[in-house]
Design a protein around this ligand. Structure first.
Ligand SMILES: *[C@@H]1O[C@H](CO)[C@@H](O)[C@H](O)[C@H]1NC(C)=O
Ligand SMILES: *[C@@H]1O[C@H](CO)[C@@H](O)[C@H](O)[C@H]1NC(C)=O
Ligand SMILES: *[C@@H]1O[C@H](CO)[C@@H](O)[C@H](O)[C@H]1NC(C)=O
Length: 557
């Protein structure tokens, strides 16, 4: 898989850039970027003293040594006016000595220097008038200035693409061409690493008239690309990004030198319990997101330093294989299990608890296809020896994460399924069939609208036990941005044999309502009777918005 996606990225690169400029600068970071960024710390108000002190502190507190080597100033550094030759310059009211001495100081300590710009007319800023300049139309001059400051990595934002639109979230056709200009300019001056920060907004492909996420075009013109809108303080924001990224296909093009970026860390900032912050860090590390510390480093507590300093999780994040964990199963409203490969044949097992109260959670390794393995508990930092299950008392929204080695696979079985197409099921009260190129049978069922009793009922479902893990192939392409209350899930009520419905959360499947099917989403259902007379009914959950569109279900025999 990794080779074909690399080929695809290479072909796209040639198409977008032309063969002459497809050469990339040396020094490309092959593992996710780690470092410090000022935005979640001081928003768009950095200054010389705090940046100097933060550089010193990142080094003194050992973060540089742990691998957090990219030091990045975010928005708020630019002067309001360009120089007469068109070059961008610094705001000398907040950086009286300019950027060069800071970058030299940081590089002297062992950091790599990193800057921020915007591929629009103006830059994103929290103070709107006057605006600081963006790089659109000045890519060459700005790349030259960044190179003069020994920059190795540039974050490129997407504000004010049109001068009167601050942070557009509409699907755009110009993403590849606009970002390719900055990418080419940076490669031309030897700056290898670039983050595309367009919040995971879809690209509108005019040849297919479909919407595509950043993985479709961004890997060709960047080394990493934001997959979601900005993180903000609090668990809901973390969940919104998590549910957006959870679908493997959004991460399909992730690999060495091209990573999906889930945004800066909020570890150390208000809004989450310590356990939620640990889960946030474990998810970002194992999903292979960038790990950018973005809190006050000089004032950091020992507890925050301990989370950010977890060397076992850093090693997982920086593993040479560069592949994210994949969702094995979401036990709806309850917990998620992920498994991912590592370069040395080990695997990482992540379990995220959605429960709002503390409880003991146990997982059999056979649930992830493993009969036994030697486990290391990465939060406790303890080797557990050979295990066939893991069990821990977890706080609300806590997580367990293990590195598994000497893995004994469970005997592989080829499960057989009863496949039931939604378009062949019984539809009621407005549920309707529509065509869908990515769906089995070319059709799906939708219009399971909020506040209606529209439903799809599968009949003749075979079962031999009362509880069954049913696989759902579904589509939910409703991307939720910052400030949206729903954390990138659609919700459905699912009932067996007319019994009480259980509420099931369906994470974002992608961007295209007719193509991006999320296959084999496991939902544990109970209430079956032995035989082939069972029914499964799907409809919207009361007060929780529209249900996803359903392609088919697969019931294990
Ligand atoms: C620099 O920023 C820090 C952190 O926000 C702030 O406490 C300090 O007052 C600022 N200094 C100047 C000179 O603006
Ligand atoms: C513009 O002028 C500044 C100040 O003299 C200089 O540092 C910069 O390199 C010049 N930019 C270009 C693109 O020549
Ligand atoms: C747009 O769709 C065409 C046709 O499927 C495809 O070849 C092309 O790669 C797509 N463009 C991007 C940037 O993904």
């Amino acid at each position: 898989m990794i080779w074909s996606t690399e080929d695809r990225a290479a072909v796209l690169a040639l198409m977008l850039l032309g063969t002459a400029s497809a050469q990339t600068a040396p020094g490309r970071q092959e593992t996710p970027i780690m470092g410090y960024n000022s935005y979640n710390d001081v928003a768009c108000s950095p200054n010389e003293t705090m940046i100097h002190d933060t550089i010193q502190s990142m080094s003194d507190k050992g973060f540089l040594g742990l691998g957090y080597k990219f030091f990045q100033i975010d928005c708020g550094w630019q002067g309001y006016d360009r120089l007469s030759n068109g070059s961008i310059t610094y705001d000398d009211t907040v950086f009286p000595n300019g950027i060069a001495p800071l970058s030299e100081f940081a590089i002297g300590l062992g950091f790599k220097w990193s800057m921020y710009t915007d591929q629009g007319v103006y830059s994103c800023d929290t103070s709107y008038d006057p605006h600081r300049p963006g790089s659109l139309g000045y890519e060459t001059q700005d790349a030259a200035m960044f190179a003069a400051w020994n920059t190795a990595y540039v974050k490129v934002d997407n504000c004010f693409v049109d001068p009167d639109q601050n942070a557009p979230k509409d699907a755009r056709t110009d993403f590849p061409s606009r970002y390719a200009k900055m990418w080419n300019a940076l490669q031309g001056v030897g700056i290898p690493n670039m983050l595309i920060c367009q919040w995971g907004t879809p690209y509108q492909n005019t040849s297919t008239n479909t919407l595509q996420g950043p993985t479709a075009w961004a890997p060709a013109v960047s080394t990493s690309f934001r997959i979601s809108d900005d993180i903000s303080q609090g668990w809901t924001s973390t969940l919104r990004i998590y549910n957006q990224v959870i679908h493997a296909s959004l991460l399909d093009l992730v690999g060495p030198g091209r990573f999906a970026d889930m945004d800066l860390l909020e570890v150390g900032n208000p809004g989450m319990t310590v356990d939620e912050q640990k889960t946030h860090f474990a998810v970002w590390a194992t999903f292979k997101s960038a790990l950018m510390i973005s809190t006050s480093v000089p004032r950091m507590t020992a507890q925050t330093a301990e989370i950010l300093g977890n060397q076992d999780l850093i090693a997982i994040n920086q593993d040479a294989l560069g592949l994210p964990v994949k969702l094995i199963q979401r036990f709806s409203n309850d917990y998620d299990i992920f498994l991912g490969p590592l370069a040395d044949g080990d695997k990482v097992l992540l379990i995220v608890d959605h429960s709002n109260t503390a409880r003991t959670l146990s997982v059999q390794l056979t649930d992830v296809g493993i009969s036994s393995a030697t486990a290391r508990d990465l939060w406790a930092g303890e080797n557990l020896g050979s295990v066939s299950s893991v069990s821990q008392s977890l706080p609300a929204h806590g997580s367990m994460v293990f590195r598994l080695s000497s893995i004994q696979s469970a005997p592989s079985t080829t499960p057989e399924y009863q496949d039931l197409e939604a378009e062949s099921a019984t539809l009621a009260n407005g549920a309707s069939v529509s065509s869908c190129s990515g769906c089995s049978g070319g059709q799906k069922v939708g219009n399971l609208l909020s506040g209606s009793t529209a439903s799809v009922t599968f009949t003749g479902v075979q079962a031999s036990q009362s509880t069954v893990d049913v696989l759902f192939d579904y589509i939910n392409c409703e991307v939720q941005y910052l400030g949206s209350s729903v954390p990138n899930v659609r919700t459905a009520s699912i009932s067996v044999n007319g019994g009480a419905g259980i509420t099931v959360l369906f994470p974002l499947s992608g961007y295209d309502w007719y193509g991006d099917v999320l296959p084999s989403y496991k939902v544990r259902l109970s209430g079956f009777t032995s035989g082939s007379q069972n029914t499964i009914t799907v409809q919207s959950a009361s007060g929780q918005g529209n249900a996803p569109d359903i392609d088919r279900i697969r019931v294990p025999l």
